[in-house]
Design a protein around this ligand. Structure first.
Ligand SMILES: *Cc1c(COP(=O)(O)O)cnc(C)c1O
Length: 386
């Protein structure tokens, strides 16, 4: 069988694989998978061209028109890039304000503990958004703060934080702004004209729909150039990664070649779908159909409508005595859908992602699978505990 025949014989997702309704890794297209069916030399000019194009397209996606920003890709999962970005952006004698409302804000604090950087936190608990006024107050009370860190979409609850309003407050006070846009970049517009960030971090396996293997940091060039001596780690030294890449066109250490070419292919499909606007439209339709269908069955969302992201939605578990998450998960998996456990401390919950190669037709199939699963479990009331 030829390669083309083999691929045609496999529907997406392949061979009974479930749809991954998780915030990355997620369900990728056949074209993206196919891009991985060849080997690449890390020194080869063809591969270096792919890397250069990927970097260029990501900077353009952030609305950058000149060379005031650059994109530095880095091997590893998204957290590796966040760690490298924090170490690069925050001076060793600097002090950060971390805006937290979930697991990824907490992880930033843990990272700064490792890095030995000073910080203050505004911790809003499981799901409340940090308010721009609170940020302004803290910055005015603590002029020693040099940088503010915010998670755009806090994937642990699915909340879309008020990034634009907070960015305005931060910039009005001349502080650095570091954005973890891991789970939003590519689907929710973040452009430098609207959100004047200094550093933005995302990764290959979220809204651009690549596979895991690397993250990337879009950073103001002047900030990067003044970061000499800040890195705490050889392999996570973003400045050195950038210098080497600029000088040679190559990654400093072995690149995740297959992941990079798959991502390049995914970017091509992203553009064909209408770029960020096109992707936002599809994910929003997925979310709207999901939330409406779940509410019709009696499920309740954690968040009110105006805080719901088009990325992932948290639902409370039904209080019904027959409902058990593990069983629910297994029933859905048997019907080709993988969902995500919840991460709240206040209540039992689960999450369903709207990203990846799925559309409203697939969401309709998911809702049907949920209906069937509840029926076999004997759950006839989906309202949560009071
Ligand atoms: C996925 C994600 C990360 C990175 O997580 P990894 O498991 O290291 O890829 C960081 N922040 C947010 C908001 C995320 O959704």
């Amino acid at each position: 069988m030829s390669k083309a025949e083999l691929l045609q014989a496999i529907p997406a997702p392949a061979l009974g694989e479930p749809y991954l309704l998780t915030p990355g890794p997620l369900t990728t297209s056949m074209a993206t998978k196919e891009a991985m069916l060849r080997d690449w030399g890390s020194w080869d000019a063809d591969f270096n061209r792919v890397t250069a194009e990927v970097r260029k397209q990501l900077v353009a996606m952030a609305g950058v028109q000149d060379d005031s920003y650059t994109c530095v890709p880095l091997q590893g999962s998204g957290t590796f890039s966040v760690e490298a970005a924090l170490a690069t952006a925050i001076a060793r004698n600097g002090k950060a304000l971390l805006l937290m409302n979930g697991a990824y804000g907490k992880r930033a604090a843990q990272t700064l503990d490792y890095l030995g950087r000073d910080y203050l936190t505004l911790d809003k608990g499981d799901y409340l958004p940090p308010q721009p006024e609170e940020v302004a107050e803290l910055l005015d009370a603590h002029p020693e703060i040099t940088d503010v860190f915010l998670v755009h979409c806090e994937t642990s609850s699915g909340i879309l934080n008020p990034l634009r309003e907070i960015a305005a407050v931060v910039k009005a006070r001349g502080k650095g702004l570091i954005v973890d846009a891991m789970s939003s970049f590519g689907a929710v517009p973040v452009t430098v004209d609207q959100v004047p960030f200094d550093v933005l971090v995302s990764s290959a396996n979220k809204c651009i729909e690549g596979i895991p293997g690397f993250g990337f940091v879009i950073i103001r060039r002047a900030l990067l150039e003044q970061a000499t001596g800040r890195a705490h780690s050889l392999s996570l030294d973003l400045l050195e990664q950038w210098r080497y890449m600029e000088r040679t066109g190559q990654w400093r250490f072995t690149p995740p070649t297959h992941s990079v070419v798959a991502f390049h292919k995914a970017l091509e499909q992203h553009a064909a779908e209408g770029g960020v606007a096109g992707r936002l439209a599809r994910y929003t339709s997925n979310r709207d159909k999901l939330v409406a269908g779940m509410r019709a069955m009696g499920f309740k969302t954690l968040l009110e409508d105006n805080w719901l992201s088009p990325i992932i939605t948290t639902f409370f578990c039904p209080a019904h005595p027959n409902f058990e998450f593990k069983r629910f998960y297994d029933e859905l998996k048997a019907r080709q859908f993988v969902i995500y456990p919840g991460k709240l401390t206040i209540a039992e919950s689960f999450r369903i992602g709207c990203i990846g190669q799925i559309d409203t037709h697939i969401v309709g199939q998911l809702l049907e699978a949920i209906r069937e699963s509840l029926e076999v479990m004997g759950v006839d009331d989906c309202s949560p505990a009071a």
